[in-house]
Design a protein around this ligand. Structure first.
Ligand SMILES: NC(=O)c1ccc[n+]([C@@H]2O[C@H](COP(=O)([O-])OP(=O)(O)OC[C@H]3O[C@@H](n4cnc5c(N)ncnc54)[C@H](O)[C@@H]3O)[C@@H](O)[C@H]2O)c1
Length: 248
């Protein structure tokens, strides 16, 4: 039997990049998936591709994680479909980079709303079901820049540092219901989010990474998969870095 056979997982921001890689990985481990994204066409396509490649149930659902009703409705729809929610992966995220002095208030607010408020709203909605089951796993995708800070990313780094605080607080609150809450903090991973970097910036970055390569979405997915499995049941409130050693 596959390790996550019979488990039901919600993954936000799953139509591409790291979210899609997590969906692929959990599919290969047998989990049924409720995939969400703000891009409706993209998420339906991703769900279709995965359900035809693996023998699991995959549902694609459009939602904006920064809106409370969307989060309540998405989690309810997942429960209605699968009768349970075992795993929630808060992966959806955006950047609106600029130097702090030039950063627009809206760009600060939007990034915090998606990257930090979204995981709070989704976790709170999922807790209602997980607490009745007395079991659950919540995994928040933070970032190395939430640990180190980053020039040009005051909004993004604040949201990802805040997500670590949220992870630790929810881990303490939810532990009595046997719900583990952890974060994964990727370094620089090859996705659309980093493809915007120019060659000079990429080379400068590479020179700081002890493992001398950017990460792949699957590197992050493998760490997330471990946190979904029975073997990690005594781990909660932690931040697992997947960063090639750029921040140790
Ligand atoms: N790529 C990296 O190097 C890197 C490094 C550290 C952390 N991360 C984090 O990993 C996560 C995934 O990043 P990625 O590189 O795959 O990015 P990506 O841009 O490829 O994918 C992000 C997904 O989130 C979706 N999304 C955006 N706003 C949304 C909203 N309001 N509601 C629902 N979905 C929404 C997008 O449509 C997209 O499909 C993000 O949280 C990101 O901050 C990425």
């Amino acid at each position: 039997m596959k390790k996550l056979q019979g488990k039901a997982a919600i993954i936000t921001g799953a139509q591409k990049g790291i979210g899609y890689a997590i969906a692929e990985c959990l599919s290969s481990m047998g989990a049924d998936l409720f995939l969400t994204d703000i891009n409706e066409e993209g998420i339906k396509k991703a769900a279709h591709t995965l359900s035809s490649s693996f023998n699991n149930r995959v549902i694609g659902y459009a939602q904006d994680v920064s809106r409370e009703p969307d989060c309540e409705n998405a989690v309810k729809a997942a429960f209605d479909a699968f009768g349970k929610i075992d795993i929630l992966i808060n992966n959806a995220g955006i950047t609106r980079d600029n130097l702090a002095i030039r950063m627009k208030e809206k760009d600060f607010d939007d990034v915090i709303a998606v990257n930090l408020k979204g995981p709070f709203l989704m976790s709170r909605a999922a807790f209602k079901y997980m607490s009745k089951q007395r079991a659950g796993r919540i995994i928040n995708i933070s970032s190395v820049v939430g640990q180190s800070g980053q020039a040009g990313q005051a909004n993004y780094a604040s949201s990802k540092a805040g997500l670590i605080g949220l992870t630790k607080s929810l881990a303490r609150e939810f532990a009595k219901r046997n719900i583990n809450v952890n974060a994964v903090a990727p370094g620089f991973i090859e996705t659309d989010m980093t493809s915007a970097l120019d060659e000079k910036t990429k080379q400068a970055l590479l020179s700081q990474i002890p493992l001398e390569r950017l990460g792949k979405p699957a590197d992050v997915a493998n760490a997330v998969a471990f946190l979904c499995c029975e073997e990690s049941s005594y781990i909660t409130g932690q931040v697992i870095a997947v960063n090639g050693g750029i921040y140790i």
